[in-house]
Design a protein. Structure first.
Ligand code: ARG
Length: 459
């Protein structure tokens, strides 16, 4: 039975009804819808807008409905227009007139604005827990590999020596910011829209603060039009999730590279890899490829939300029903991606020798060679840079490295060199000496892991 039966003479066309319905998406909010209705009914009773006894009856029956949905005793009707309509209809079927009073001073417009907030609040708490776990894993591994020398890259060309621990901590920083962005979005979202009504509030003497308090909000929305028309919070959360997906995708890309025979810096556990139907030798990093791929759909969700909102006159428009599919998809995708990613990372085998061997090629200590001329021999950096460049060219020509180039050859290019250069370009020393704040020396990495862990676990 349609809510608007009074005004209409005909039933909805079934296919149009399907098109108009959002129940397939919003039925996942049944708990939140019930939670919101219980708070609203409690407030209506407390404010004397409905009879206290009826308010209690409503709340008790709503709790039963929730239990019945959970146990499967009550099936959500796929023909209902949305979850709000379904639950109110069910309530009325069960308790009659009292059920019909629940929607006093409420519209589905403020109801849905509430339900989505409650749902996202819960979903984001779950996502932040997963991100915390991920950061903890990264901190553990950063400590374990604080001394593991690997080449650092720019332009995917070997550049300067770093450690694997330092590299991992870079991702820990990104995911920490992702949590921060989510928290920021949740803070702005922390107002209860109930009482905004359809758009113009209500003439009933609602105690909006009480409803907000019952639902755990810090306050109430200040403007009834904005209360029902705002979906910034969906876009903000989708944006925060999009950035988390960017970070996961970049990390995935690196893992894909590191697993290749070209790099062979890590090996993923069999439990988190896949094979080929034809090539017996294959071990593929499918999880990471899927994550890289799924980032695109999340960016699509964000774009859908922004585009959906940009032309809407105030206040509610049915376009906004599309918000849930997009933002829930973003939430679900990040959750689904993190679920295998975290244990995959935890169980990967780090092939330190291969990292060290790669670091030994590609002249990643060339800057250190130039720095040696500056620090020990007093040359201006630009001259030292040019001299080192000539040495690198010489090494390439002879198939040597800076470590294996004889001292006479050094001296031929610049007389200032002495045997001390070999110590100066030792990769372990090059990493150890990068002590400036934020640089990759092992003590810094260990300290950063400790600090980040403390921050994360205090969140
Ligand atoms: N299913 C609707 C949505 O998700 C609920 C609000 C409907 N309001 C209305 N006036 N049609 O947006």
């Amino acid at each position: 039975m349609k809510l608007w039966k009074g005004r209409f003479q005909k039933e909805a066309d079934p296919k149009t009804n399907d098109f108009n319905s959002s129940i397939s998406i919003d039925s996942r909010m049944y708990k939140e819808d019930i939670e919101g209705s219980i708070a609203h009914a409690t407030m209506l009773g407390a404010a004397g807008i409905i009879d206290k006894g009826e308010s209690e009856k409503i709340c008790a029956e709503l709790e039963k409905i929730e239990k019945d949905i959970e146990t499967g005793a009550l099936h959500i009707d796929p023909d209902a227009e949305d979850i709000h309509t379904f639950i109110e209809g069910e309530l009325t079927a069960r308790i009659g007139d009292a059920g019909k009073r629940l929607h006093t001073a409420r519209s589905r417009n403020d109801q849905v604005a509430l339900d989505v907030r409650l749902t996202l609040r819960k979903e984001c708490a779950g996502l932040m827990e997963q991100l915390k776990e991920l950061i903890n894993v990264l901190c553990d591994q950063a400590e374990e590999y604080a001394d593991t020398v690997m080449p650092g890259y720019t332009h995917l060309q070997r550049a300067q020596p770093i450690t694997f621990g330092h590299h991992l901590m870079a991702y820990a920083e990104m995911f920490l910011r992702d949590i921060g962005r989510m928290q920021d979005a949740l803070k702005r979202m922390d107002v209860c829209p109930l009482g905004s009504g359809a758009l113009a509030g209500t003439t009933y003497p609602l105690d909006r603060d009480l409803t907000a308090k019952l639902l755990g909000f810090s306050g109430v929305s200040r403007n009834s039009l904005d209360g029902v028309a705002d979906r910034d919070f969906c876009a903000e959360i989708a944006a925060a999730i999009s950035l988390a997906m960017v970070h996961l995708s970049r990390f995935s890309e690196e893992i894909i590279l590191w697993c290749s025979w070209e790099f062979k810096f890590i090996e993923l556990d069999d439990a988190f890899s896949t094979g080929s139907s034809i090539m017996p030798q294959k071990k593929n990093p499918d999880i990471t490829e899927l994550i890289r791929g799924k980032s695109g759909r999340v960016f699509g969700d964000l774009m859908a939300l922004l585009t959906m909102m940009k032309g809407l006159p105030l206040a509610y428009n049915k376009d906004m029903q599309e918000d849930k599919e997009a933002v829930f998809d973003a939430v679900d995708t990040l959750r689904l991606c993190l679920t295998p990613f975290i244990p995959m990372l935890k169980t990967m085998r780090v092939l330190k020798e291969n990292m060290r061997a790669a670091a030994a090629k590609g002249f990643i200590n060339a800057t250190d060679c130039a720095d040696y001329l500056v620090a020990s021999k007093g040359l201006p950096f630009r001259d030292a840079y040019k001299i080192t460049g000539e040495l690198v060219a010489l090494c390439i020509e002879r198939g040597l490295t800076l470590e294996t180039l004889p001292i006479d050859e050094y001296k031929k290019v610049c007389n200032a060199f002495d045997e001390g250069v070999y110590e100066a370009i030792n990769l372990e020393k090059c990493v150890r000496d990068r002590k400036v704040k934020g640089a990759p020396c092992p003590e810094n990495v260990r300290a950063a892991a400790k600090e980040v862990r403390t921050i994360v676990n205090g969140l």
